[in-house]
Design a protein around this ligand. Structure first.
Ligand code: G6Q
Length: 544
């Protein structure tokens, strides 16, 4: 299939022309011209109130962006994904994270087989295992119940579980301590396990391939750590379980494949925490909450699949992102959750978005001549306000931001929630409307100070407001962003489901490992910088 570059589409050309007319329009004027704007540019669906009125756009912009989605085949590609077509063309795989949350009676066929029963069989096995752990029926090797669960995984096998565990901590069983080890830096493992009793600790080795060097290194250190105390290889069966697609490697490691939780090659790592990769999360929050989270994912999937584009949350979020990325030339998007539980949400979205759409060639392998995925970053509010918001308000860069907040707190304490939300509303207001020099002077600020205290405004934001951070709502929010990334990837014509960009570094590290570990100093044949750095490390690593 030969692809039309997006910039050749009539809707793209029309947007470029439209952009030249409205690029300097100020949100102050847009709001003044239309007293209903703050209600008009909103959508409420799936318990999420999405206000996109504080964006630099008009009804015409939206009409053209929606035409772009139509012309780019968003609808057709969505159907292709949901039907299990092999849209991950560079790996010849289907992309079916939506099957992970399909109801029991759904039918999704890949290579002639309905995958939904297998999905539910694994979920049932996870539920059963969770119940055995939390009830104390599953005992460690010395007969003690499990009190600590350590997930060992990295990338997609870590960021999702840890984000969701933090997000849903309110619902977690506090009798069980959950830790997450990902980094090959030994510090991560040592600090995560230093206060744990091996006799009460279960390791979940989460790795789709079961060959990832960081995970396997941590898994082996975990086995050594456990056996140092438990003193018998048979203890591995009671203290280690695996989540993987690779039964052969799991059993080579010494884990009974009866204690392996399966998933499939049609689940991408960064789209996998609602599969068995979420086992640690299920143990923490319990099977019922986990299933509610899946129900949330599924209802956002259905919303995305069936709602007209102009009221479709992921589509709108995606299109407005394209507007800034490709027309305003914005380089980044800030994700700003005003909920402390969502502290890891920006880091999770970083992988989801940047690994998916950080691509420089289209599906045909042609170099693109337009910007693809943005840089994603952020921290929860209000902390960020005392750090980097200065630049968002008064810097020279345009930083579109997503503000995510909740009407109800899970931890009512005094005035805290009203203060949090007052800041949430104030920030998007300040960013949009700013403060003019006249207003500053009218406050009595001296002439020579006025410029410093002026806020241009016209800084765009999305507001996503929901009632409460529940497991179901977390599922909805994650699916919202998954599909946003998908829509953008479709418009940019990139493969959002591979990640070849992480390979080269791995290959080069594998070449350097023996150069660091071999007892005979091996000759180095890198560039002069890398050679000198390795030499220096070899000389100095054992010096005190
Ligand atoms: C995500 C990527 C990547 C992957 C990790 C871990 O989409 O594929 O982040 O999840 O490299 O891989 P394993 O699960 O195979 O250890």
């Amino acid at each position: 299939m030969s692809l039309k570059q997006p910039s050749q589409l009539p809707a793209w050309k029309a947007l470029a022309e439209h952009f030249s007319k409205i690029r300097d329009q100020h949100l102050r004027n847009l709001f003044a011209e239309d007293p209903e704007r703050g209600k008009r540019f909103t959508v409420e669906a799936e318990g999420i109130y999405y206000d996109y009125s504080k964006n630099r756009l008009t009804a015409e912009t939206m009409r053209l962006l929606l035409a772009l989605a139509e012309d780019s085949g968003v609808r057709e590609r969505t159907e292709a994904m949901f039907k299990g077509e092999k849209i991950n063309v560079t790996e010849n795989r289907a992309v079916l994270h939506v099957a992970l949350r399909a109801p029991r009676d759904a039918e999704i066929i890949i290579d002639g087989e309905n995958v939904v029963p297998a999905v539910h069989a694994v979920l049932d096995k996870m539920s059963d295992f969770t119940n055995r752990i939390t009830s104390g029926e599953w005992k460690g090797f010395t007969g003690k119940p499990i009190r600590n669960v350590v997930n060992i995984g990295i990338g997609g096998s870590d960021l999702g579980p840890v984000m969701a565990y933090e997000a849903l901590r309110h619902y977690a069983n506090r009798e069980i301590t959950c830790r997450f080890v990902s980094n090959v830096d030994g510090t991560d493992f040592v600090e995560a396990t230093r206060d744990l009793d091996p006799a009460e600790t279960l390791f979940i080795i989460s790795s789709k391939t079961f060959t990832t060097i960081e995970t396997m290194t941590n898994a082996r250190s975990a086995r050594d750590w456990a056996l140092k105390t438990l003193q018998d290889d048979k203890a591995v069966a009671k203290h280690f379980v695996a989540v993987s697609t690779n039964a052969a490697e799991v059993s080579k490691f010494g884990i009974d494949t009866a204690n392996m939780f399966e998933f499939w090659d049609w689940v991408g790592g960064r789209y996998s925490f609602d599969s068995a990769i979420g086992l640690s999360l299920m143990i923490a929050i319990g099977p019922d909450n986990f299933r509610q989270m899946l129900a949330g994912f599924h209802s956002m999937d259905e919303h995305f699949r069936t709602t007209p584009l102009e009221r479709n949350l992921p589509v709108l979020l995606a299109l407005i992102g394209i507007w800034y990325n490709n027309f305003f030339d914005a380089q980044t998007v800030a994700i700003l959750p005003y909920d402390h539980y969502l502290g890891r949400f920006p880091a999770y979205l970083q992988q989801l978005d940047m690994e998916s759409n950080g691509k420089h060639v289209d599906l045909d392998g042609n170099q693109v001549n337009y910007q693809t995925g943005p840089i994603i970053w952020g921290q929860p509010g209000t902390n960020g306000q005392h750090a980097y918001y200065q630049l968002i308000h008064q810097g020279t860069k345009l930083i579109p931001a997503d503000f995510i907040g909740f009407n109800q707190t899970l931890n009512p304490v005094g005035r805290h929630h009203d203060l949090l939300m007052a800041n949430f509303f104030a920030q998007t207001e300040a960013l949009a409307f700013g403060k003019t020099e006249e207003e500053v002077k009218a406050d009595g600020v001296a002439e020579d100070q006025a410029a410093h205290r002026t806020f241009e405004g016209n800084r765009p934001t999305n507001t996503l407001l929901a009632d409460r951070l529940t497991p179901e709502m977390l599922g909805k929010l994650v699916a919202l962003y998954e599909h946003k990334v998908f829509v953008q990837g479709t418009i940019w014509k990139v493969n959002s489901f591979d990640q070849w960009g992480v390979e080269l570094g791995k290959v080069l590290a594998n070449r350097i490992i023996p150069e660091l570990e071999s007892p005979q100093a091996q000759e180095l044949s890198h560039d002069s910088s890398t050679n000198t750095l390795i030499e220096r490390y070899r000389q100095r690593r054992n010096k005190q």
